[in-house]
Design a protein around this ligand. Structure first.
Ligand code: AMP
Length: 362
């Protein structure tokens, strides 16, 4: 269906695919704007179900449940990029899907993502598609070592990838990583990692939040610090590249772009990956921006004008992983904004909540 509709009126319903913490925070932001949320998720224990009574518990390939869901909502969005293509197709034929199916197709496949970015002259690490061990050996000759071998789909938080340091590492990494094809990327000797959360409204307006400097622990985001300690020219360039990406995708909604900052005399940027959704490294926006990333996404998908992403304080966002969540409420001081996701079981590695520590007023 053509993506043209008038701005949603308060009281209208946004359908959200996915019931994790991102869906939960989107539903909370929608409620603040007088919009209802209907969450679709196969897991009956989904954190997002706590914050709205409108829910569908069904598999993502359940065509009749998808049709019934679409009939109940005015526009559809999602909190994760691995929405199956067939699901996106059914939903987009019934209601506006924002962001569109194109952004999903590109971001759920590392090869499609890299070739899209390269076609727009966005800097990415050198890469080669790998369908066989022969191709992997050729790719190693072309790109050199060290290099990173990754699955093209369903990789997250460092899962589905191996660093190759010597030619002998190739065979076992190729056998272990599934499914094929894989992609070999040149190893980027980066100084730091940053990200930019950018939004594009239905009217084509583009606004970017400040860049965040990200530190990972055990391959999971640990902290996002804003402002990032980078040269002003690099921050501007990162925002510009993020804007080019949303315009090229004809995107509506919020998108996260992760970058490597390569140091040296003339620092430069390499895009690691894009995520067509609100992003963990944008959680700081809820504490210190006029409009946070969740409200910005809801505004965009509702066809409302975007809000001002201006930041009015410095901040450090820290994820609470596993039993780190136990610091709430006792270990929280007055400068710290806690946000818990309502998950009952604090398994190791599970994102249970985050805190935003305000560093100083600007
Ligand atoms: P990804 O799943 O692609 O986001 O990668 C997870 C983490 O692995 C990144 O945040 C980097 O720290 C590291 N990494 C991924 N790709 C590369 C690369 N080409 N060069 C160096 N480090 C990488």
């Amino acid at each position: 269906m053509a993506d043209t509709f008038a701005a949603l009126r308060p009281g209208a319903t946004i359908g959200i695919l996915g019931g994790g913490q991102l869906g939960r925070m989107l539903a909370l932001a929608a409620a603040k704007l007088g919009l209802k949320s209907h969450i679709y998720c196969p897991d009956p224990q989904s954190p997002a179900f706590d914050v709205t009574p409108l829910k569908t518990v069904a598999a993502y390939d359940d065509a009749s449940a998808l049709r019934a869901f679409a009939a109940e909502v005015d526009v559809i969005t999602y909190e994760f990029e691995n929405v199956p293509a067939a699901t996106a197709e059914i939903l987009a034929s019934l209601k506006p899907l924002r962001p569109g199916a194109n952004a999903l197709a590109i971001s759920q496949d590392r090869l499609a993502e890299k070739s899209f970015l390269a076609s727009k002259n966005i800097p990415v690490a050198p890469y080669r598609a790998v369908h066989s061990l022969d191709e992997l050996n050729n790719a190693i000759s072309a790109i050199g070592l060290p290099a990173v071998l990754k699955t093209t789909r369903l990789g997250y938080d460092g899962k589905g990838q191996r660093v190759l340091r010597a030619p002998e590492d190739a065979a076992s990494a190729f056998a272990d990583l599934k499914p094929h094809p894989l992609v070999l990327e040149g190893f980027v000797d980066f100084e730091k990692e940053i990200s930019v959360v950018v939004a594009r409204g239905a009217d084509g307006t583009v606004r970017a939040f400040d860049s965040a400097e990200n530190v990972h622990r055990d391959h999971i985001l640990f902290t996002s610090t804003v402002p990032a300690e980078i040269a002003p020219g690099i921050a501007k360039h990162a925002a510009m590249l993020a804007k080019v990406i949303v315009v090229a995708l004809d995107y509506v909604g919020v998108l996260g772009v992760e970058f490597f900052v390569v140091g040296g005399e003339r620092p430069s940027l390499v895009v690691n990956e894009i995520a067509p959704r609100v992003h963990n490294s944008g959680h700081w926006t809820e504490a210190v921006c006029l409009t946070d990333q969740f409200e910005q996404h809801i505004r965009a998908v509702a066809g409302w004008p975007l809000g001002d992403p201006q930041r009015y304080a410095d901040v450090v966002m820290q994820n609470l992983i596993g039993d780190e969540v136990d610091i709430v409420p006792g270990g929280i001081d007055g400068d710290t904004q806690p946000h818990l996701y309502g998950k009952t079981e604090a398994r190791p590695g599970r994102k249970m909540g985050h805190i935003n520590r305000i560093v100083r007023a600007n």
